[in-house]
Design a protein around this ligand. Structure first.
Ligand SMILES: [Zn+2]
Length: 313
């Protein structure tokens, strides 16, 4: 699993943004609204050809009291989760095709003892226009490049005084941090909400912010961490596949706060402890390509709509 060059990272991100630009306006943000774009891209490692197989946008999540008892409303409409839903449809469609034909042109799977195995030359790349909500979005506003050192010194300090709260928040030599609206789980330790860098606890599982009441959906940082550890396919597809599907490359957007260290913390080693072994350690990149509907002074409000585009043909 080779690391991409920065040129290839930008090429893939620009393709994702280009596919979005070419879809109709329905569901896209109005002039003063922002949105998040996430895509899952299929790469043929032999030919280096790639294509967007699922695209999702969205930034909304319904609160616990608005959930449907009949299960007829989508709870989590964040772009990352939408793109995954579309990707699962794509996988089901490919399994269906593999049951009828084994041609590599028809399907990405090979039928094997009643289950389906992904062809060796197929890899998946995840692109998102900004950092996922939750733990990965807690980033120092200054000294981004020193973040690794800050975590190390914080860990040393924690070993010395064994102060658990102190060990989970950023040192106050950072002026301020980018915050997340996602809250710590109700039964867990809560954010101290102190000034600047002492606002958040690090490495926590969080629930997404909702309109008014609390949601029951965990943050995208937590969901992506799960994909990395047990595969993106979910329990039902897992029964049909010979092995889980792991995303091998994660690309995050340009022009927005970014920290590779906070992504590694959120995805791989919560709380700065030793990295947990994962079946496939993904490569993580930031592209220089900027999605044109990111949050900005001109686009201060989150868009209410979502778009989902899936490759079926
Ligand atoms: Zn999210």
């Amino acid at each position: 699993m080779e690391e991409f060059t920065s040129e290839f990272v930008d090429k893939i991100a620009l393709t994702c943004i280009g596919v979005y630009a070419n879809i109709p306006k329905i569901g896209k943000p109005a002039a003063e609204e922002w949105n998040v774009l996430s895509c899952i891209v299929q790469l043929d490692t032999v030919t280096q050809n790639y294509e967007v197989v699922s695209l999702g946008t969205g930034s909304k999540c319904i609160g616990a009291t608005k959930m449907s008892p009949e299960g007829i409303k989508l709870n989590d409409s964040h772009a990352e989760v939408f793109a995954r839903r579309g990707f699962m449809l794509y996988i089901y469609k490919n399994i269906e095709k593999a049951m009828m034909s084994m041609s590599p042109r028809e399907t990405i799977f090979i039928k094997e003892n009643g289950q389906f195995r992904l062809r060796d030359n197929i890899e998946f790349v995840f692109y998102s226009s900004q950092m996922p909500c939750g733990d990965a979005s807690i980033i120092p506003k200054s000294n981004d490049s020193d973040y690794g050192n800050i975590l190390t010194s914080r860990k040393r300090e924690a070993e010395g005084n064994n102060d658990e709260i102190e060990s989970k928040i950023l040192k106050n030599d950072i002026d301020d941090i980018h915050r997340t609206g996602a809250k710590c789980l109700p039964h867990n330790e809560q954010d101290p909400k102190g000034p600047g860098a002492k606002y958040h606890l690090l490495g926590q599982v969080r629930t997404k912010p909702g309109l008014g009441d609390r949601t029951l959906s965990v943050s995208c940082s937590d969901k992506i961490a799960r994909w990395i550890h047990v595969g993106i396919q979910g329990a039902l597809l897992d029964m049909l596949l010979t092995e889980p599907i792991y995303i091998k490359h994660f690309i995050f957007g340009g022009g927005v706060p970014y920290s590779k260290e906070s992504l590694i913390r959120a995805f791989l080693n919560r709380n700065g402890k030793q990295q947990i072994t994962v079946p496939v350690t993904p490569h993580i990149y930031q592209t220089t390509a900027i999605f044109h509907h990111i949050k900005s002074e001109q686009r201060p409000r989150p868009a209410p709509g979502s778009v989902l585009l899936v490759k079926f043909g």
